[in-house]
Design a protein around this ligand. Structure first.
Ligand code: GAL
Length: 416
């Protein structure tokens, strides 16, 4: 008897530490959500998973828009060690799926009825050849302006600008009052983000589609395109001298702290305002870039699920996918992130006024067929073309080419 007890105790002593070290189910997630607002939103997902007993290995790669994250991902995949899931935009998902690197989530999707609740413009990217390969976490849109209400009041801007000319006039008043008119970070993706809205404001949805989705040479070479670049030149005069290389969240911080009046940025900017405890309608205003009300240029962050080996890893990956699609999570996460749920059956009741407006605008744009994929964020054209457009937009913004030359460069870029 004694012997047995001793043997049991010994066995426990040997195996307990081994048990303790045994890794719980874990997911490794590669993403570029490193700003304060982004990290706060991601925490919602992390803690939901941790409550479910799934460990979270964080692989953050800083750099808004995700270019650096995509470079890091290529290195991981070539080394044969893909993460469980990767934050990804539009056409990039399709490229990885074509390459045969992504898992097939169809069983889970069927069990949970994703087909019925994920809007079709997102499914177009979540699925490849009929297979669910990625899970959408949000719908962002790029044609937004964020404004500091106190700065505007001090500059005598009392009404929300409704037209392009009113917007420029308001920004000039802010500048004359001694503030920075437009908080901007000189990085190609940020200039391209502004460009999305300027194209919509100048040519409307039909022009946007013709030029940047159908790549129609006549639209790309048109006087409307020249006007787009003229407007980009107008904006260039409204930024401060230190704009070059600045991160987008630092630019948001300039509006938050009252150094600047406006920022043209996707609704992830709202995450920064909320993280700084600012209140929409009181401290800051959100409105569509003047001239684009009724239109939405969207992008959706999805988690592309990579092929992983081993039952434990696959099970953890499935739990991650299910956690992302959870209705309660889609509300809680998007309230913090500034975006809109990626399911059509989530109530807007927990969202603030900007969030409610985002949800309403999106539904209206979907109904009226004025919803278009963001050029800047990988939902209009594949990455190679997107980068060629970035290059033209940035060279123009930095004064290396004038409006006319930029039009010609755009036509040439689209031809490649
Ligand atoms: C976008 C992404 C957003 C946001 C932004 C800045 O591409 O969709 O979620 O985080 O980059 O990092």
């Amino acid at each position: 008897m004694k012997k047995t007890t001793l043997a049991l105790a010994l066995a426990a002593w040997v195996s307990l530490p081994a048990l303790a070290q045994q890794p719980a189910q874990q997911v490794e997630v590669l993403h570029w959500w490193t700003s304060g607002g982004e990290a706060a939103a991601l925490k919602v997902l992390k803690s939901n998973l941790e409550k479910d007993g799934i460990g979270w290995k964080d692989s953050p790669i800083a750099g808004g828009g995700g270019e650096q994250a995509m470079t890091a991902l290529r290195a991981r995949v070539s080394a044969g060690i893909p993460p469980t899931a990767v934050q990804m935009l539009g056409f990039d998902i399709q490229d990885w799926a074509k390459d045969g690197r992504l898992a097939n989530l169809n069983d889970l999707a069927a069990k949970e009825g994703w087909d019925a609740v994920v809007p079709a413009p997102l499914q177009r990217f979540s699925k490849h050849a009929g297979q669910w390969v990625a899970v959408p976490v949000n719908i962002h849109s790029t044609n937004w302006v964020w404004a500091n209400k106190e700065v505007l009041a001090k500059a005598g801007v009392t009404a929300e600008p409704k037209t392009w000319d009113e917007f420029i006039a308001a920004a000039e008043s802010v500048q004359k009052a001694g503030f920075i008119a437009l908080a901007h970070g000189g990085q190609p993706w940020q200039e391209a983000t502004i460009f999305d809205g300027v194209v919509l404001a100048t040519g409307g949805v039909d022009f946007y589609r013709k030029a940047f989705i159908e790549l129609d040479p006549a639209a790309l070479a048109s006087p409307t395109m020249e006007k787009v670049f003229h407007r980009m030149s107008q904006l260039r005069k409204l930024v401060d001298k230190d704009f070059s290389g600045r991160d987008w969240n630092v630019a948001s911080g300039m509006v938050i702290s009252g150094k600047a009046g406006f920022q043209i940025m996707g609704d992830w900017a709202k995450g920064e305002f909320l993280n700084a405890k600012k209140v929409p309608g009181k401290d800051f205003a959100c409105f569509r870039l003047p001239g684009t009300q009724g239109m939405v240029s969207f992008n959706s962050d999805q988690f592309a699920m990579f092929l992983v080996k081993g039952a434990d890893k696959v099970a953890a990956q499935q739990k991650l996918a299910a956690a992302i699609m959870d209705k309660g999570f889609q509300s809680a996460f998007n309230v913090v992130k500034g975006s809109v749920p990626a399911r059509t059956d989530v109530s807007d009741k927990d969202f603030d006024d900007c969030g409610k407006k985002g949800i309403k605008d999106l539904a209206e744009a979907a109904r009226k067929n004025t919803l278009v994929g963001s050029i800047a964020h990988g939902h209009a054209v594949p990455a190679s073309l997107k980068n060629a457009f970035y290059d033209v937009i940035t060279r123009h913004f930095n004064g290396q080419i004038d409006d006319k030359k930029a039009v010609a460069a755009m036509v040439a870029a689209a031809r490649q």
